[in-house]
Each structure stands twice: as C-alpha cells, then as structure tokens.
Design a protein around this ligand. Structure first.
Ligand code: KG4
Ligand code: ZN
Length: 345
C-alpha cells in the first residue's frame, strides 16, 4: 500500500476552500495544505449569506484557491490520486461550482472523483489529528446544522438528534442581530457576554429533562426578543446582560441534551473502553460551550475532542480526508455519499 494523496474542494456555504491531504502507511494522515478564503466581507452588509453572491464568489475564487493549495502542498494535479468535493448538503449554487470543477479536473487528469457529504467531512475530521477509534459521538453545531451523530465508520452513521427548529449558530446570529451586534453574531455575543450578568434574565432551557435527544432553539430566541423589547431602548449593560443570560441558557441546555446522548451511548456500548465525544462546527469556537462540554465529558468518563478552529469550521482538508477514509474503507467512489452519510437538518 502506497501513499494516498487527495485534493479536496469545499464550496457548500460562504468559504471557498481547497486542501491537499495524504495518508501515508505507517505514518497516518498528513495535511499538506489547507486554504480557506472566507466571503464574510461580501455578505456582512446583508446580515447573512446571500446564495447568489456566494455562488458567484466561488466561481471567481476557486481556481486561485486550488492553485494555492497545490502550491503550498508542493504537489501537482498529476501527483494526486483522487479529487474530492462536497456534494451536499449546502447552497446549491456553490455546491455546483465545486463539484463541477472537481469533475472537470478528475476527467482531465484521469483520476477518480469522490463526492463527499459535508457532514461526513465534519464527522471524520477529528481522526485527522487524533487516534480515535469507532464508534464515537459527534456533536455538530454550526450556522446550518445542530446534530448528534453516532459515527460507526466511513459511510456508516446514525443520526441521534437534530434541531426541531433553528440551528444553534443561527440562534447566536439572530440574538446578535436583535442586540445590534454585527454579523457573524456568534463571536460578538460571546465577547459582550463576558462582561454581563448571566442571572439577570430567566430564559428557557428548551426540551431540558425530556427523554428524546433532540434540540430546539426558537423558543429561546423568542424569549430573548421579549426580554429585549420589555426594556428597550437597550443600554450597553443591558446588551451584555442579555447576551450573558442567553449564553448561560445555551450552556445549560447543551449540558442536558448532550448528556442524554452520552448516557444513551453508555447503554448501547457498555463495553466501550474509551468512549469519546467530538465537537465540530463554528459554534464549537465558543469558550463557554467548550468548557461546559469538557466538564460534561469528564463527569461521564468520556474523552472530549475539539479539533482546532481551522478543522472545526468549514474547510477542505476534512473533505479530502473523508474521501481518503472512504477509499481506504473500500467504498466505491461512484457511490452516492448522500445515501450513506447523516442526513441534513
Ligand atoms: O461552521 P461554521 O463556520 O459555518 C457553517 O455554519 O457551516 O459556523 C458558523 C456559525 C455562525 O452561526 C457563527 O455565529 C457561529 O458559528 N460561531 C459562534 C462562535 N464563533 C462562530 N457561535 C458562538 N460563539 C462563537 N465564539
Ligand atoms: Zn460545516
């Protein structure tokens, strides 16, 4: 078995990304390059990602980003073994740009094209850096997704929980908007929350204590709006107090909801030697949330793994790596990744 080297492409949302990752027998994975070009500046004025603008920006940027990924990896298209691209879920315009580019490169170079489910990319990314065996639990918390997935192997997943309304990142972004904080909201809510009184507002902890594993955040968002309207106009201290109260409600909700999945994992795999929870997605950058999850895992005897931000948020290294995992597992590159990976929501 020789080295497997893959060029990965990710264009499902507002980052144009390309990366070269290889797997070397006896050595493991190696990230040769990981280039991410964020479009945040192009969408900020609109307070969110505009699909049409995103697709056009991918068209303009992708060739250059791929060139940069190959150059930084000191490799050429001729030297890669396969081309991988995100096939979904995501914004259709951007997905088509990435997938059609990958298809053209694969056809021109006579290489296999590996279509990758974005969620499978997130699910397997922790194995890029850590020795982590199957099965394990993954909590994905981003602007578009909030779910807990049992990861049994490449192409082998069970979705245990998802949000029944808003994604967690969306709840952060909407709260930020309401408080007059700039886009993207999550980091700004965290920043102002640090100076606020988290006990001032009594906000709900949606679904807390319920046996089902799902999440819900729209009720919390509504409660934040009501709290804000009741004391408008908001002073700087009010904004900080609402942000802090909101963040505490999130932390306590996650503790309850994720804790239930950890218990379920214990029941399902009583003999698991080292159960683990991996967190992925942009919201995982939040220090209060990380700390809460770390504590939760410690109390339950789980290993807690939070890949660094450049692998946690959207990137192409995770797409190239998921392709390598699929190839090594003997999955036919032509197989539809949307059938075997966790479904979107
Ligand atoms: O994974 P990501 O970069 O993109 C996708 O949504 O796929 O996640 C972006 C989301 C946004 O909703 C953003 O507000 C949120 O992650 N986020 C945060 C923090 N940093 C980013 N939420 C809370 N606290 C943060 N520090
Ligand atoms: Zn993502």
């Amino acid at each position: 078995h020789a080295e497997i080297r893959v060029l990965g492409i990710e264009t499902s949302c507002d980052e144009t990304a390309a990366a070269v990752v290889s797997w070397v027998p006896g050595c493991g994975p190696l990230i040769r390059s990981n280039i991410v070009l964020s479009q945040i500046g192009e969408h900020a004025a609109f307070g969110g990602v505009v699909p049409e603008i995103a697709a056009r920006a991918h068209v303009e940027a992708l060739d250059g980003v791929i060139g940069a990924a190959l150059a930084e990896a000191e490799t050429t298209l001729g030297e890669v073994d396969a081309i991988a691209a995100t096939a979904g879920p995501g914004l259709i315009g951007g997905l088509l740009v990435g997938l059609m580019t990958a298809k053209a490169l694969a056809a021109a170079g006579g290489k296999p094209l590996v279509a990758v489910n974005h969620l499978e990319g997130h699910a397997l990314s922790a194995r890029l850096l850590e020795r982590l065996g199957f099965p394990y639990l993954m909590l994905l918390v981003s602007g578009g997704h909030t779910q807990i997935v049992l990861v049994k192997g490449p192409g082998d997943y069970e979705r245990w929980a998802s949000t029944i309304d808003d994604a967690l990142g969306e709840a952060f972004d909407k709260t930020a908007k309401l408080l007059g904080l700039p886009y993207p909201g999550g980091p700004n809510v965290e920043r102002v929350a640090a100076g606020g009184d988290a006990s001032r507002f009594d906000l709900p902890r949606p679904l807390k204590g319920e046996a089902r594993l799902d999440f819900s955040f729209s009720g919390l968002k509504t409660a934040v709006r009501q709290a804000a309207t009741a004391i408008a106009p908001l002073g700087e201290g009010d904004v900080a107090d609402i942000a802090a109260s909101f963040q505490r409600a999130i932390v306590e909700t996650l503790d309850d909801r994720v804790g239930r999945s950890l218990q379920r994992f214990r029941e399902r795999f009583p003999d698991a030697a080292q159960p683990a929870l991996v967190v992925a997605g942009g919201v995982a950058a939040n220090a209060a949330i990380r700390e809460a999850l770390e504590n939760l895992c410690r109390r339950n005897g789980f290993t807690f793994l939070a890949p660094p931000p450049e692998l946690c948020t959207d990137n192409a290294a995770m797409i190239a790596w998921a392709a390598i995992e699929r190839l090594r597992a003997g999955i036919d590159p032509a197989e539809d990744p949307m059938l075997t990976a966790p479904r979107s929501r």
